[in-house]
Design a protein around this ligand. Structure first.
Ligand SMILES: Cc1ncc(COP(=O)(O)O)c(C=O)c1O
Length: 387
């Protein structure tokens, strides 16, 4: 492992917040900015979820709880996994985390132990993966995603990247930043490769409830998280709970034991009354989620249609999550140049694809967590600025 940690190597994960603060600075200077940069649903947390947290506070459910999480929440997660993934993990395999983001760190920290260990993941991908791998000082093996493959991670590319040092493969479907969703047979093939070559499979399923046409499919069905598959999921995206900091991991017991130790020595436990809200989110009515996905579908259709009308842009239709990832190469500008230009000249904040990896060059990411009118307004402002 690294003897001296290069903290600069962690900055990859902070790129999103840098754009956000530039946009906020412009707003303070009196400009109106249309926000497409942050991956946060704009809907409120469902009322019954907020009520559950309030009730927990009134009941003085405010003390420390088990490091692994409140048993009732872990049981609700057991039921959730059974109904959505088709198997039932034990409660000992479930860890409640302060969001999925730290779950990425806890998982990789629990598995990766040597600087020769290799971790395969996609480029572009959610920046935390690369930042955590930098922090751990292991070998990063990013696989470039291809637009002609609709940004789906190709199992053949994974196969040709595997070596005897491959320790973990990370997949994320539906995916940030491209909105791509892997096919069932592709996911099965990755799970087979994990078995054949004996590596761990970290499947980041934070967008599991956010597919448009395809049914969500998890590779965990194969080993039922008993051997090598680790699932990460959470409440931020599906239940509009980004600020609540609530997620969970499901892992083989020997890995979970380590992750439990990591959580108890760092955060002690996830906030008690927030966990009560999590129970309500999973077991209560799912009407808000369904209504939000209908709204997201309309927004997706509006933004894809609009982006495709901007000269120099072309955009695939995302199959999940709430991100559009247009190709902007024909504008002649780099991703960073164009994102800066759009922020300063059209009042639209979006992210350069390079925040998600070098292979994101030539793309922008728009988080369409905003209403159709704002989307249409942004498209016309971009068009105007580019003429
Ligand atoms: C792929 C991916 N994984 C994990 C996270 C982290 O989510 P949480 O709010 O649960 O920490 C995000 C958030 O944007 C994400 O896009």
């Amino acid at each position: 492992m690294n003897e001296e940690l290069d903290f600069e190597s962690l900055r990859t994960g902070a790129g999103i917040f840098e754009v956000l603060s530039k946009a906020k600075a412009l707003e303070r200077a009196g400009k109106t900015i249309l926000h497409f940069e942050i991956g946060q649903p704009d809907f409120p947390t469902p009322t019954h979820v907020k009520e559950a947290a309030k009730q927990a506070l009134d009941d003085n459910f405010t003390g420390y709880v088990a490091a692994a999480g409140v048993l009732e929440l872990r049981q609700a997660i057991q039921n959730e996994i059974e109904s959505t993934r088709g198997f039932r993990p034990t409660v000992e395999q479930i860890l409640v985390t302060p969001g999925a983001n730290p779950g990425i760190y806890f998982t990789l920290r629990a598995i990766v132990s040597h600087h020769t260990d290799e971790v395969i993941y996609s480029d572009p991908s959610f920046p935390t993966y690369g930042a955590v791998l930098n922090y751990l000082g292991c070998k990063k093996k990013p696989i470039p995603l291809k637009e002609e493959n609709k940004f789906r991670l190709d199992p053949d590319d994974i196969e040709s990247t595997i070596t005897k040092n491959t320790k973990v493969v990370i997949i994320n479907s539906p995916m940030n930043p491209t909105g791509s969703v892997m096919e069932q047979d592709e996911i099965n093939r990755v799970a087979e490769l994990a078995e054949e070559h004996d590596f761990y499979l970290l499947t980041d399923e934070i967008y599991s409830k956010m597919t448009y046409d395809q049914k969500f499919y998890s590779p965990s069905i194969r080993d039922q998280t008993k051997e090598r598959t680790i699932i990460l999921d959470g409440f931020s995206k599906a239940y509009n709970m980004t600020g609540w900091r609530l997620g969970y991991a499901i892992a083989p017991e020997r890995i979970m034991d380590r992750m439990g130790l990591l959580i108890s020595t760092t955060v002690s436990c996830v906030t008690s009354f927030i966990q009560k809200a999590g129970i309500s989110a999973l077991t209560g009515p799912q009407t808000d989620l369904h209504a939000n996905m209908q709204a997201f579908r309309k927004r997706r259709d509006a933004i894809v249609k609009g982006l495709n009308k901007i000269p120099g842009f072309s955009c695939l239709t995302p199959q999940g999550a709430f991100y559009a990832f247009p190709n902007i190469r024909k504008t002649g500008m780099s991703s960073k140049e164009l994102a800066d230009f759009l922020l300063n000249n059209s009042g639209v904040a979006c992210l350069p694809g390079t925040i998600f990896g070098a292979n994101g060059e030539g793309y922008l990411r728009f988080s369409y967590a905003t209403d159709v009118t704002t989307i249409q307004q942004a498209i016309s402002q971009i068009k105007e600025a580019l003429v």
